[in-house]
Design a protein around this ligand. Structure first.
Ligand SMILES: [Zn+2]
Ligand SMILES: [Zn+2]
Length: 466
């Protein structure tokens, strides 16, 4: 089966038995249901993504309504929140009749998605009242052409392994990235670049959907600086080019305010020289966890020293700002949010876990809206502001918290993806990871199931495009 045919056979329509079991369908309670619970002759309500403007949709009724379409009605709600199946609990959305006609036993709908937002098509039984009338809903998002042309990729580029101070082996960390549903990963040990290279090499034998990028957390300055995707180790590169690096630091120091202390000037200059060298290596220079400690350590400057932070952030020489670092205390995110608009507005954001144990992986990540999950496209997208920093820390009560920060249009769309796309996406990625783990353990050379699982991940979003 070629890729296109395969993609058509999976996911939202649920035609392929291998994957249909986890297709999300909105049932009467508005919750995602598995195929076995809700597919038996029901509507196939499945999320769809369209371009803004005019579009045609077809909604096919369940068997029991065959020939009785006139007893049903279709209306459209629009608004950012997901509909829970009870129209009276959805007062913020506008509800208006949809233009539709019956065509070959289905509703043919001419929609005009004027605004970029979520729309919910609701099918009701006209003979019933209140919540009883609900038959099915189809969640839709209409996107402007620029974002419609991109794909969402979820990744963590700041994770540690036993090659520095992490608790788990690089392989355990890499496999955990599958379990938590990422599209790309970059293990970034302290001053160690080779972990990311080793994992890229190790997993390259598999036909996987996961992109492996290089990374390293750099420590020449008190500020921790991320070499995300650079073509080699910054730590090694600086060692080899020490003279040039020191000359650059001296040049930068001259541009810093004279009233700043020598320690502050030195550290800001070193951090900025690191940004510069990371860019030379083709990487994205990220200012890591700007607020990782609430207060400077007694008698010792950290990059939390406010003047140092103000200068690094205010001069904006980095490429991206690690707004979410889910290992840091809540106050770090709160302070980063206070600080960001003042100094950094307009600079791209990154979200990461900075996990030192597999238990913390998945609690923070970046969503990058890019042409593909290859590094050059991810880099272009991040530098172009097409990224969101997400805090998905799960210990906030029973509900998974998902706080997305970044461009407002992307933020609004991400909440649709959290409801309608990522749950299934994450499950498919985890399934692929399980197969890869099995192959690593057994040494099997038959990767055909892995290839199939990887294509399911890659094809899922495509299958939602209207
Ligand atoms: Zn750090
Ligand atoms: Zn770190």
């Amino acid at each position: 089966m070629d890729r296109k045919t395969f993609i058509k056979s999976i996911a939202v329509i649920g035609a392929s038995p291998a994957f249909a079991a986890s297709v999300p369908a909105k049932g009467a309670d508005g919750k995602n249901k598995t195929k076995s619970e809700s597919f038996g002759g029901g509507f196939v309500p499945s999320a769809r993504i369209f371009k803004t403007g005019r579009a045609k949709l077809t909604i096919r009724p369940p068997e029991k309504y065959a020939g009785k379409l006139s007893s049903l009605s279709v209306s459209i709600l629009y608004g950012d929140a997901a509909w829970d199946g009870k129209s009276d609990s959805f007062p913020w959305a506008k509800d208006f009749p949809a233009k539709y006609r019956e065509e070959n036993g289905a509703f043919a709908i001419d929609a005009d998605f004027k605004k970029e937002c979520r729309y919910t098509f609701v099918v009701k039984d006209k003979k019933r009242g209140g919540n009883e009338s609900f038959v099915a809903s189809v969640p839709v998002y209409a996107l402007g052409e620029d974002i419609y042309a991109l794909r969402p990729f979820k990744g963590d580029s700041h994770i540690h392994s036993t090659n520095s101070d992490g608790k788990n082996s690089p392989e355990e960390v890499a496999l955990r990235c599958y379990e938590v549903g990422l599209d790309y990963q970059a293990i970034s040990d302290h001053s160690v670049y080779s972990t990311s290279e080793d994992m890229k090499r190790k997993f390259s034998r598999f036909p996987t959907s996961m992109s492996f990028f290089n990374a390293e957390e750099c420590h020449y300055s008190h500020a921790h600086i991320q070499n995300f995707g650079g073509s080699q180790s910054l730590t090694e590169y600086v060692k080899k080019n020490r003279g040039e690096f020191d000359a650059l630091v001296a040049e930068i120091e001259k541009t810093l305010p004279a009233d700043a202390s020598a320690v502050v000037r030195r550290n800001v200059a070193v951090a900025e020289a690191e940004f510069d060298f990371i860019r030379r290596l083709g990487g994205i220079a990220v200012f890591n966890h700007p607020f990782w400690e609430a207060e400077p350590k007694k008698g010792k400057y950290t990059h939390m020293e406010s003047r140092m932070l103000d200068l690094i952030a205010g001069r904006k020489k980095f490429d991206a700002y690690e707004l979410v670092n889910s290992t840091c205390a809540d106050i770090a995110l709160a302070r980063a949010l206070c600080h960001y608009p003042r100094h950094c507005a307009g600079k791209p954001v990154i979200g990461c876990t900075d996990a030192h144990s597999v238990d913390s992986q998945g609690t923070g990540y970046t969503i990058v809206f890019a042409k593909s999950c290859d590094f050059p496209d991810i880099k272009d997208a991040v530098l172009g502001g097409k990224s969101l920093a997400v805090d998905a820390y799960s210990s906030h009560g029973s509900k998974l918290q998902r706080l997305a920060f970044g461009d407002e249009r992307l933020v609004r769309f991400s909440y649709f993806l959290f409801d309608e796309y990522f749950p299934l996406h994450d499950e498919l990625v985890a399934r692929e990871g399980k197969l890869i783990k099995g192959a690593l353990e057994s040494g099997s050379k038959d990767y055909s199931e892995i290839a199939k699982a990887a294509r399911a991940v890659e094809g899922l979003y495509e299958s939602m495009l209207g």
